[in-house]
Write a protein that binds this ligand. Structure first.
Ligand code: ZN
Ligand code: ZN
Ligand code: ZN
Length: 284
């Protein structure tokens, strides 16, 4: 797998932060800041050769679009999917929640395009609208799949808040076969990840899980408190939130830990290459 350049991910985050600043301070679904966020990600994907489509979420409280990007190649009936919500809350620019997951997936998509490996699975990326109103964009996407399309999706990987400053290292459904590549990558860094208890049922993987699709994902934690045992193994502050700016105006580019962001981005690359290319050796 490629080593994802964290500076490139940070550059996408700076662009999302600027988009919020130029549009009333947020990127909430249905707002100009959200529309501009979709346009930014879409432009990069199209330039790289992805097949990109916008899906109007007609059931979303604030009408807004999901963004879907397919990399040409791999069997159409065996799809591995990687997703992140692109909307923020109205309180702030949403750079950790969830510029971090969105930018991590964008740079991974661009890295896949640059490497252009022969694929054993088809790779699709999704950026969701209306997560902050209750997983609405991803729920709509899943509801529009035919049963054939739904059963083609062999796994869905979700990335929501992957660069928290007082980070934990959390993997969704950590003991599942689907989670194995994400867990394995952080295991090679001796991070000893834990189950993402705080995030259960609270992000877009839940929309896929309810449809019977195997899911996993990374998270570095939101408003819950780091335990002393977690601080002992991961560093940071026991008794403090993983992200003290969760859903706040201070969730800016200053609210990102670049080391955590790099570890998340590189783990995504490993998962893409492991699931869709068949590469089995992590690069660190
Ligand atoms: Zn890296
Ligand atoms: Zn949120
Ligand atoms: Zn989120």
């Amino acid at each position: 797998p490629p080593d994802i350049n964290v500076a490139n991910v940070q550059a996408h985050l700076a662009q999302l932060n600027t988009i919020a600043n130029q549009n009333g301070g947020n990127r909430r679904a249905g707002s100009a800041g959200y529309t501009a966020s979709v346009a930014y990600v879409k432009g990069k994907l199209q330039a790289a050769g992805f097949t990109v489509s916008e899906q109007v979420c007609t059931s979303c409280r604030y009408r807004s679009n999901n963004l879907i990007a397919d990399w040409p190649g791999g069997p159409a009936n065996q799809v591995v999917m990687f997703g992140a919500h692109l909307d923020s809350v109205s309180a702030g620019p949403g750079i950790n929640d969830n510029g971090s997951g969105s930018a991590t997936l964008l740079e991974n998509a661009l890295a896949l395009a640059r490497a252009n490996p022969t694929l054993t699975k088809h790779v699709r990326f999704g950026w969701w609208a209306g997560e902050e109103q209750g997983l609405q964009g991803s729920q709509f996407y899943v509801s529009q799949l035919t049963s054939t399309q739904r059963s083609a999706i062999r796994g869905y990987y979700n990335f929501d808040m992957v660069a928290s400053r007082n980070a934990g290292y959390f993997v969704n459904n950590i003991n599942s076969a689907t989670a194995a590549p994400l867990k394995a990558y952080w295991d090679t860094l001796n991070l000893r990840p834990e189950e993402n208890v705080e995030g259960q049922g609270r992000s877009d993987d839940y929309s896929f899980q309810r449809a019977g699709i195997p899911t996993s994902g990374y998270a570095a934690g939101a408003s819950a408190t780091k335990s002393s045992a977690q601080a002992a193994k991961w560093g940071g502050r026991a008794g403090a939130s993983y992200d003290s700016c969760y859903h706040s105006a201070c969730d800016t580019t200053s609210n990102i830990d670049a080391t955590v962001l790099n570890r998340s981005a590189d783990g995504v690359a490993y998962a893409i290459w492991k699931t869709a290319v068949g590469v089995t050796t992590p690069t660190t």
